[in-house]
Design a protein around this ligand. Structure first.
Ligand code: HEC
Ligand code: HEC
Length: 329
């Protein structure tokens, strides 16, 4: 059998993608294990900390799908309609018709013009794979031609998947919800893994829809001086001056662009330390909107800033708390 140059390159790219994925996964596992180890140390020192770690909600896909509602999913599916039809025999648009996609092979419409990346991926659209793809299409299928930022919220994704399932003739059985977690899961390193993966997926996914643009536009117009005032709400727990001490929370000098949970000498929760990625503007905006949903189990006891303008102002202020401020988006 002869392989064309293109196929060889395709195979090489796939192997690379897998190697990178593998290395990432291993790295994540190590980080998660390190985070857990820290949590165990913190927890034995401080009974209250144990409670916080134990309270970390981690919702598995099985549980989310069991609670998912296809009708809600149909609403979220509004975001997909510009490119997809779903009804049996529906036309292909920018993207393929999605009837019968759940459980089907990837690139399930034979003869449709998929990207090389998706066409050569192999495997089927299991619930887990759909969840990963819809969370961040570009990172799940590097090179995909689905230009869609992803659905950030795991429950929203589950709803959409339930809607796709409702439009599939013989869908595979739903995954079992995970059994309820025993108290004090912090003792087992593996316990952090699903949480960490969920958190990483969230972090990697820019919010879909209008919000990211809004947040970015707001940031461009935000006034750091206003941000300094709003930062008054944070001062009980955070300083932001260069070389300043960690308080209840870590010092926030140079936090924009810094790895999450990475300020030296500060004892983070396992939840935060095991999160992937850096504090991008979007990540900060999401975290400050609702710290507990963005990083379930983190120990920042702060309800969040509901007003987007306040968040943008604070982020503009924090951005300047650096020797080399990150460029504005
Ligand atoms: C801007 C257009 C666009 C939007 C919006 C979009 N898609 Fe897609 N979608 C595509 C394209 C193009 C492909 C083919 C990707 C490829 O070949 O790499 C695709 C592929 C898919 C596939 C794989 C289908 C198969 O046969 O393997 C699924 C599943 C999917 N999209 C679901 C969704 C869902 C659900 C949404 C909304 C939450 C959505 N898409 C939003 C364009 C879009
Ligand atoms: C009651 C105390 C408290 C308040 C108020 C508070 N924080 Fe925090 N913050 C913390 C703690 C504790 C952490 C570490 C969380 C963890 O490890 O889970 C943290 C973490 C952070 C992080 C992540 C830092 C890193 O190094 O990863 C940022 C960013 C942040 N806070 C910003 C803010 C901002 C902005 C405000 C005000 C709008 C605020 N915080 C209000 C206690 C607080």
């Amino acid at each position: 059998m002869h392989f064309s140059l293109l196929e060889k390159f395709g195979a090489a790219a796939l192997v690379c993608a897998w190697l990178i994925y593998g290395a990432n996964f291993l790295g994540d596992t190590l980080v998660a294990v390190r985070g857990e180890a820290q949590a165990v140390v913190a927890a034995t020192r401080d009974a209250a900390a144990t409670e916080e770690v134990a309270a970390a909600p981690e919702v598995d896909l099985g549980t989310l799908l069991a609670a998912a509602d296809p009708a809600r999913g149909e609403k979220t599916y509004g975001k997909c309609k510009a490119c997809h039809t779903i009804e049996q025999g529906g036309a292909h648009k920018v993207g393929p018709n999605l009837w019968n996609v759940v459980g089907g092979p990837k690139a399930h419409i034979s003869g449709w013009g998929y990207s090389e990346a998706l066409a050569s991926m192999g495997g089927s659209w299991t619930y887990e794979n759909l969840d990963a793809f819809l969370s961040n299409p570009k990172s799940y299928v590097p090179g995909t031609k689905m230009s869609f930022g992803g659905i950030r919220d795991a429950a929203d994704r589950a709803d959409v998947i339930a809607f796709l399932r409702a439009n599939t003739e013989n869908p595979p059985p739903l995954p079992e919800p995970a059994p309820a977690v025993e108290p004090a899961p912090a003792a087992e390193p593996q316990a952090a893994q699903p949480l960490q993966v969920a958190a990483a997926a969230e972090a990697a996914t820019p919010p879909a829809g209008a919000q990211p643009q809004d947040a970015t536009m707001l940031l461009a117009a935000a006034d750091p001086a206003v941000g300094e005032k709003v930062f008054g709400k944070c001062k009980a727990c955070h300083g932001a001056d260069q070389g300043g001490p960690n308080k209840v929370g870590p010092n926030l000098w140079d936090v924009v662009g810094r790895d999450k949970g990475a300020k030296e000498g500060f004892k983070y929760s396992a939840a935060l330390v095991s999160m992937d990625g850096v504090w991008t503007y979007q990540a900060l905006d999401a975290f400050l909107t609702n710290p507990k949903t963005y990083a379930p189990g983190n120990k920042m006891t702060f309800a969040g800033l509901p007003k987007a303008e306040d968040r943008a102002a604070i982020i503009a202020y924090l951005r300047l708390k650096s020797e080399a401020p990150q460029p504005l988006p």
